[in-house]
Write a protein that binds this ligand. Structure first.
Ligand code: MLT
Length: 266
């Protein structure tokens, strides 16, 4: 199968890429991005059905004006799994995608067969971080989503990528420009209000791979390593020469690590 599927969930029409056959690998993008983040994985991880949704408010999915929350996003993922006939999936999420997977674990644990947590963290926002979300949410209304990209991209991409991989920078910028004002504001509100998931980590009972960029300043290696240490049996891998978007910055390094992990799952 190699198609774009439309899934209606919670009043929004979501666009989902479904590629290949075999056991399911659900790929959940971060903020303010879309499913294109996972292009190397969608194209390169054969023998798995790659399911890559655009979250509500992102990419080609609809952008309701309000109602964004981690619970809503997690229920959307469950609806995507239902619509693609997927009972259980290896769930891979980057940053906000990881926050959503923690909520999926709370609300729909039976759907999660294994976890790949990329450049993410379990902690909730600090009070200062929450104020920053509100400040940033005002930017696209005032100046458009491009201004959000100008502020965020230098933090999201590692210094090596910024210096040597112009195509990655352009691809990331294009994703930001596909976001809607309502989607950006909604995601920021959902992240601001998310629960702390640290207490969940010790109870994660599925195989888990944690990976992150060595140059990630949003969720630095020390944060990722500490999170992995709290998850029973989790493996942590640091990706050199990559920042917060390691899977698209260094697919050459990330793909073998993911491939090896997926092989252990059969
Ligand atoms: C993301 O990449 O999804 C965001 O950087 C997450 C965040 O801002 O907390």
């Amino acid at each position: 199968m190699n198609s774009l599927v439309q899934v209606v969930s919670g009043g929004a029409r979501l666009t989902v890429a479904v590629v290949g056959t075999g056991p399911a690998l659900l790929l959940v993008h971060g903020f303010p991005l879309d499913r294109e983040l996972w292009r190397p994985q969608v194209e390169g991880i054969t023998q798995w059905t790659r399911i890559a949704p655009d979250l509500r408010g992102a990419g080609a999915s609809e952008s309701p004006l309000g109602g964004y929350s981690m619970a809503r996003y997690a229920d959307d993922l469950a609806a995507v799994l239902d619509a693609t006939g997927t009972e259980t999936a290896v769930c891979c999420g980057l940053s906000m995608g990881g926050y959503i997977l923690f909520e999926l674990l709370r609300r729909h644990p039976a759907r999660v067969r294994a976890l790949i947590l990329c450049d993410t963290k379990s902690e909730a926002d600090t009070p200062e971080g929450r104020r920053g979300r509100d400040d940033l949410a005002a930017v696209p209304r005032r100046e458009g989503v491009a201004a959000v990209g100008e502020r965020l991209l230098p933090k999201l991409l590692g210094r090596t990528t910024q210096a040597t991989r112009p195509a990655v920078l352009e691809a990331a910028r294009a994703m930001v420009l596909r976001s809607s004002v309502a989607g950006v504001a909604g995601a920021l509100a959902a992240m601001r209000d998310r629960s702390d998931s640290t207490a969940l980590l010790a109870g994660i009972a599925v195989p888990t791979l944690v990976l992150g960029g060595a140059e990630d300043e949003v969720t630095p290696p020390a944060t990722m390593r500490a999170m992995a240490e709290r998850i029973p049996g989790a493996r942590y891998v640091e990706i050199g020469g990559a920042g917060h978007l390691a899977p698209m910055e260094r697919p050459d390094a990330v793909m073998p690590v993911m491939g090896e992990f997926l092989k252990t799952l059969g």
